[in-house]
Design a protein around this ligand. Structure first.
Ligand SMILES: [Cu+2]
Length: 153
């Protein structure tokens, strides 16, 4: 009986190590930021840099307590008009850098509980198909701010 329990514990420990190892070589997320929003505006966008891990992965969703709904969007131009479109997932090929930035792919925040104010930060959880959940801190920059300089690889 005791031997059996310790076998189970050993198996669980191995699983935990395997999960840790998988996360360690999964995608790395950096430079998470958003632009401040005007009072009364309840939508915003978060941008970030994802460096692909050892295997191809897909960012499938994101969530934050600051917004009631979070979608992944791309921007497409049709007839000279830029339009946002929801995407099922954002591919993150192994070893490749994917940058979510203004006028391109972004994490759409809808139903903001309060405006995003420059200088504050908030947690955002990203869910990858293989690597699972990855938490990042989004730094809010001024309304007209450009992307922060790229992180060293
Ligand atoms: Cu959008």
């Amino acid at each position: 009986m005791t031997a059996r329990i310790s076998t189970v514990i050993a198996a669980l420990a191995l699983l935990a190590i395997a999960a840790g190892a998988a996360a360690a070589d999964g995608p790395k997320v950096s430079q998470a930021w958003a632009r401040a929003t005007a009072p009364g505006v309840d939508v915003g966008a978060a941008y970030l840099t994802i460096d692909g891990g050892a295997a191809d992965d897909i960012l499938v969703s994101a969530g934050t307590a600051r917004a009631t709904m979070v979608h992944l969007h791309t921007v497409e131009e049709s007839g000279g008009v830029a339009k946002m479109r929801a995407v099922e997932g954002i591919k993150v090929p192994a070893g490749k850098r994917v940058v979510l930035a203004p006028k391109g792919t972004h994490v759409m925040l809808m139903g903001l509980s309060k405006p995003l104010v420059a200088g504050e930060s908030f947690p955002l959880e990203l869910l990858f198909a293989k690597a699972g959940a990855v938490g990042v801190t989004v730094l809010v920059r001024a309304a007209g701010a450009d992307a922060p300089p790229p992180a060293p690889r």
